[in-house]
Design a protein around this ligand. Structure first.
Ligand code: 13P
Length: 292
């Protein structure tokens, strides 16, 4: 089935009230685990390139391998840049072959966020690439491990969300409604009333960042009240490390081949994804909806 855009992969998610999982990859082992999990479940998946990885690696070689794996997938895969920080980042991702990009201007004043996002949308849409943007701000930088809690003053205003979508014509909108990136301090609670208000004013798919550590019932509430894409990363990374540690601890001689560590982390990441996909209620992709 191979590569599809974010718009295509989420096209039935509002009407059928489900979310598609979006998982950040760190290396070939993660990429393989993410796509294999989706293939084994027969479900669509969004494979994300995190921006902190982006800054450290040779992109041309990386994109060749990523695109090859996505194209060979038996299920639809959307290759998405997560948290693009600038117009230039987004252009690099489109040039590399991403079918979707996030421009994250959530730390900017809203009118500035609108101005850059509009530029991004114009360029991306001309290339057939979808765009996600963020309004309000999901706390804590992605990739951090210190615990934090959501700050209500940064939650998405429903009026701003409607204005932003109307002005930018983005394909999906990330909202701040009670989650944080990384590890939660205390028990997170989704602001479902706010989500209802946003949903009633915005007709495009809504995105929940900071999926790791959210209790199952909060995921279900978020999806029932309008979330269509869930970003999930820290949980995969922590499960991979836990599996590696367990493999080392279980070795009677203390000696382990590297391949065993890779296999243990691969299985842990894959199982975590399959578990999350069930919670998200993801449904198989309807090929008839593909934009020709
Ligand atoms: P977590 O690492 O908290 O799952 O958040 C991932 C995310 O939102 C990436 O954009």
């Amino acid at each position: 089935m191979g590569l599809v855009t974010l718009k295509e992969i989420l096209s039935e998610s509002i009407e059928k009230k489900y979310a598609v999982g979006a998982f950040d990859t760190l290396d070939d082992n993660f990429t393989e685990a993410i796509i294999e999990a989706a293939e084994e479940e027969g479900l669509p998946v969004i494979l994300m390139i995190p921006n902190f990885f982006w800054e450290k690696n040779d992109l041309s070689f990386y994109f060749t391998r990523l695109l090859d794996r996505c194209r060979r997938a038996t299920v639809p895969v959307c290759l998405h840049l997560d948290h693009g920080r600038s117009f230039e980042d987004v252009m690099k991702a489109i040039h590399g072959g991403c079918t979707s990009v996030m421009f994250d201007g959530s730390a900017l004043p809203i009118e500035e966020n609108i101005a850059v996002t509009r530029k991004v949308v114009e360029a991306a849409h001309a290339c057939g690439v979808s765009v996600e943007a963020e309004i309000g701000h999901v706390a804590s930088p992605e990739g951090e491990l210190q615990a934090s809690e959501a700050d209500e003053t940064m939650y998405t205003s429903p009026e701003d969300a409607a204005h932003f979508v109307q002005q930018t014509q983005v394909d999906a909108l990330a909202v701040a409604v009670g989650t944080v990136h990384g590890i939660y301090k205390g028990t997170p609670k989704i602001d479902t009333r706010r989500l209802d208000e946003i949903r009633s004013r915005v007709s495009i798919p809504l995105v929940l960042h900071g999926g790791s550590g959210l209790p199952e019932e909060e995921f279900r509430a978020a999806i029932a009240h309008g979330i269509n894409k869930v970003n999930f990363f820290t949980g995969l990374s922590l499960e991979a490390v836990k599996a590696i540690r367990q493999t080392l601890d279980d070795a009677p001689t203390g000696k382990v081949h590297y391949i065993e560590l890779k296999e243990a982390s691969h299985t842990a990441v894959k199982n975590t994804i399959k578990h999350q996909m069930k919670i998200f209620g993801t449904l198989p992709f309807n090929r008839k909806l593909l934009v020709q």
